[in-house]
Design a protein around this ligand. Structure first.
Ligand code: FAD
Length: 547
């Protein structure tokens, strides 16, 4: 008898499992049951399809049912919903959504890749709103596109400033609509810390988008044309996209009595087996182990889902491969900027009571003497005792994803911030600097760990009582014309050695420049001359993101 593997969900994780399984074993029977109309499509491309950046609908279909059947000999049943898992009899109750027929299907091994569903709270008036959409699959994208093309909406409101919300806002703006984003938190993109998100807030507003933070939708009125926010504010909308997050689609697993983790995701072991060893689970539906802290977390991302699918296929074929955990490497286009991050941010570490140190730098994307260099705002979060990397965030116009990918690789390889100093990264003037921004993060963090540089973080500095301190700006006077920290005195770095007698030895000196490099040099001069001194982390450029 052939071994029979049944897969629930035929998109990222499910399709990946099926294809790898067939490559490894020509004899296994493979069946996929997918509730939707399509399998293996690029849901990550949907916002760009709505925005007409991706013009051909067919290019979203990575693999069709017929194509997959022909190439991999897999039985695929679209528009089939699995209603129940009967673990005792190793069988499924399935509904054919085209005919409403309900039937049973047995399995030897079951793979659950049912993904995550958009959160749809019972907001007052939502059932009567005719212009409110969510975006999860191709039919959702079709509905939005069709609405845009037939109703010609002028004013769009996106509720939720996460990845999908931002991408769709970008797309609707590109289609000429007047766009408002409403976000409940006081920042967009929760994977970033606030000062990093603030860089994006400014850019989004500069693009003409109305960004409403710390407010949320309370009620839809006038069939969805009027949105009432918690603050009492009312906004008009021709088209509203509800994009307030996702949660694991874990009901089937729950009802089957499989263990569910504290995050609401299905619990799996390191081989991605659920509490029933005949059932594997992958993708957005599972709770994963944070690769860095080992704590349980949810990371609904395409990369992990695809890789887990491959590992499960390997394990079904007896390879005993472990899933090591998820780092949460992510990147998103925010209009003309890019925001990328890995690992844990300050908010998560504080919640987990993990102590950490942070540094901020603003290196150029490539050598400044070669045209077109732009600033990358970077943040590194690490353990001050041993240099372990907890997370990193970067925001800028160019070279952002590359630096975050290098840092992700470093984390996976168990490197510390000290190791970042020695990474040999590709360099020519159009691409980087001889000391790449990742090396620079390593230098600054190592200086902080070694005590070669003492820093004060901008938020701490802002809240500091400043009656008995000196704030020293070592920029050139011409730079101060563009702004400076209130109460600071100016001694340009090149004059500092000759003007030390103007500074007191009994007061703490907080030194800064634009980016943190000149203030580091000033710190070294002052420290070696017996002054009490700290450098303001990230310099004036970052300071502006805190105020
Ligand atoms: P999915 O790919 O969602 O597949 C789950 C499938 O299971 C669904 O098709 C569903 O219909 C089916 N299903 C559920 N229950 C049943 C049932 N009972 N019976 C039968 N079938 C069922 N991630 C990134 O890393 N980068 C991005 O840029 C990115 N952009 C995204 C943009 C959008 C608009 C969306 C929606 C997601 C995006 N993601 C992105 C997330 C990424 O798509 C998911 O992490 C990934 O698809 C998860 O794979 P999965 O197999 O767990 O679930």
């Amino acid at each position: 008898m052939k071994k029979k593997v049944v897969i629930i969900g035929g998109v990222a994780g499910g399709a990946s499992t099926a294809a790898r399984l067939r490559r490894l074993d020509e004899n296994v029977e493979i069946k996929i049951f997918e509730r939707g109309k399509y399998i293996s499509y690029a849901n990550c491309g949907l916002p760009y399809y709505v925005g007409n950046v991706i013009k051909e609908r067919d290019s979203l279909l990575v693999q069709t049912t017929q194509g997959m059947k022909k190439r991999f000999n897999i039985d695929i049943y679209t528009l089939h919903e699995v209603l129940k898992i009967d673990r005792a009899n190793k069988s499924l109750l399935i509904k054919n959504l085209k005919t409403n027929e309900i039937f049973q299907e047995n399995y030897d091994i079951l793979v659950l890749s049912s993904g995550a569903e958009p959160i749809k709270p019972p907001i007052k008036g939502i059932d009567y709103a005719e212009n409110v959409f969510i975006l999860r699959d191709i039919p959702d994208a079709d509905k939005i596109k069709n609405f845009v093309e037939t109703k010609n909406p002028k004013k769009a409101v996106v509720i939720g400033g996460g990845f999908i919300g931002i991408e769709i806002a970008d797309s609707l703006l590109a289609r000429g609509m007047n766009v408002t984003i409403v976000e409940k938190a006081d920042q967009i993109l929760v994977q970033l810390d606030k000062e990093m998100a603030n860089i994006l807030h400014k850019n989004i507003k500069d693009k003409g988008v109305d960004l409403i933070l710390a407010d949320s939708i309370e009620e839809f009125k006038n069939n969805g044309k009027t949105l009432v926010l918690s603050s009492g504010k009312q906004i008009y909308s021709d088209l509203t996209i509800l994009s307030i997050g996702v949660k694991p689609e874990s009901n089937l697993a729950k009802e089957a009595g499989l263990d569910i983790g504290i995050t609401g995701g299905v619990k799996v072991n390191e081989y991605l087996q659920t509490s029933d060893e005949s059932i594997y689970a992958i993708g957005d539906v599972i709770e994963v182990k944070d690769f860095i802290t080992g704590l349980p977390t949810l990371k609904p991302l395409a990369g992990p889902a695809n890789k887990q699918g491959r590992i499960v296929a390997n394990n079904i074929c007896g390879k005993n491969e472990k899933y090591l955990g998820t780092i949460g490497t992510s990147v998103v286009k925010v209009f003309d900027m890019t925001a990328a991050s890995i690992g844990n941010n300050e908010k998560i570490l504080k919640k987990s009571s993990i102590s950490y140190e942070t540094i901020h730098i603003t290196p150029p994307s490539h050598a400044t003497y070669y045209p077109g260099a732009t600033t990358i705002f970077m943040k590194l979060i690490f353990d001050k005792n041993n240099g372990k990397i907890y997370g990193a965030q970067a925001v800028g116009y160019d070279g952002v994803d590359k630096r975050i990918d290098v840092l992700s690789t470093a984390i996976m390889g168990g490197m510390t911030v000290m190791d970042l100093q020695y990474l040999e990264l590709a360099y020519a003037p159009p691409f980087s600097s001889a000391k790449d921004p990742v090396n620079m993060l390593g230098y600054v963090a190592t200086n902080v760990i070694n005590g070669d540089l003492e820093i004060i973080h901008c938020d701490e500095f802002i809240n500091l009582k400043k009656d008995n301190v000196v704030i020293l700006d070592v920029c050139e006077p011409i730079e101060r014309e563009k702004g400076y920290i209130d109460g600071s005195i100016n001694i340009p770095l090149n004059d500092l050695r000759n003007r030390l007698d103007e500074l007191p030895k009994d007061k703490m000196i907080y030194v800064y420049c634009q980016q943190g490099l000149r203030s580091y040099i000033a710190y070294r001069i002052l420290k070696q001359n017996g002054f009490k001194v700290k450098s303001i982390d990230g310099g004036y450029r970052f300071y502006l993101n805190y105020i």
